[in-house]
Design a protein around this ligand. Sequence first.
Ligand SMILES: NC(=O)c1ccc[n+]([C@@H]2O[C@H](COP(=O)([O-])OP(=O)(O)OC[C@H]3O[C@@H](n4cnc5c(N)ncnc54)[C@H](O)[C@@H]3O)[C@@H](O)[C@H]2O)c1
Length: 262
Amino acid sequence: MRGLEGKAAIVTGGATLIGAKVAEAFAQAGVGTVLADINAQDGQRIAGELGDKVKFVKTDVTNDSDIDACLKTCEESFGRVDFLVNVACTYLDNGLASTRDEWLTALNVNLVGMAIFTQKAQCYMRKQGGGSVVNFASISGKRAQPGRMLYSASKAAILQFTRNAAMQVADDNIRVNSISPGWTWSNIMVQLTENRREKADAVAAPFHILGRTGSPEEVASSVLFLCSDEASFITGTDLAVDGGYSAIGPEQMTDAVSKLAE
Ligand SMILES: NC(=O)c1ccc[n+]([C@@H]2O[C@H](COP(=O)([O-])OP(=O)(O)OC[C@H]3O[C@@H](n4cnc5c(N)ncnc54)[C@H](O)[C@@H]3O)[C@@H](O)[C@H]2O)c1
């Protein structure tokens, strides 16, 4: 893809399977990458595995000084900051029973963290004439799901944050988009299925047109597309990387109409 090589990216939440695959894809495209996460153990291990082009900086997205230090390290290490990919999230959620503290914590990590990171990254991106921000939203921000509230509300807010931010940074030649993955093979699925991908795929099949979970590599390539010059006229929008989840209606893929005549 055009416009990636020699540039520099920050990936928050980079210590998880999805974030690590985004960092790996950037490194393979010749992009210097900073993994920013509170999980130093996995972050350092992943950065070590990915080679010289990838650095880990322990960063809490709810802490403004950490965000400043992360941006500074990216500029000092790679001479610039071109791309910000906001992957970090919390799944803290007690549905409608969630307390005020839980609401504020979830929104702080999932929404306010990326908002402040974007605000601060704008100054760096402006210096080199532009950049691209990709925010991780989700199918959960578009559809009701059992038991969920904080996670879903924060993901829906990210979709709107993306539209407004795109308008407010366009003069600096910065594009802002989101991606909304469907069920993606990720740390939580590895744990829940005891690393059985076929089990996750079978559970996901009825509500994804493509009949399986997505791979973190498929999510990563969408992120790189949105950062690249191939997406130079794309801003303020959401890319559904969901195997058709959001295209399906309540009948799912059953032939419900034929049941009328039974
Ligand atoms: N897994 C899926 O099926 C799926 C589906 C749709 C969207 N997504 C989105 O993809 C992204 C990754 O999801 P995942 O399932 O891999 O999540 P995960 O919980 O495995 O990873 C989240 C990462 O964020 C980090 N993090 C948490 N709080 C932080 C903070 N305050 N500062 C910095 N880092 C922090 C964690 O340490 C972790 O590495 C999320 O934005 C999620 O909403 C995932």
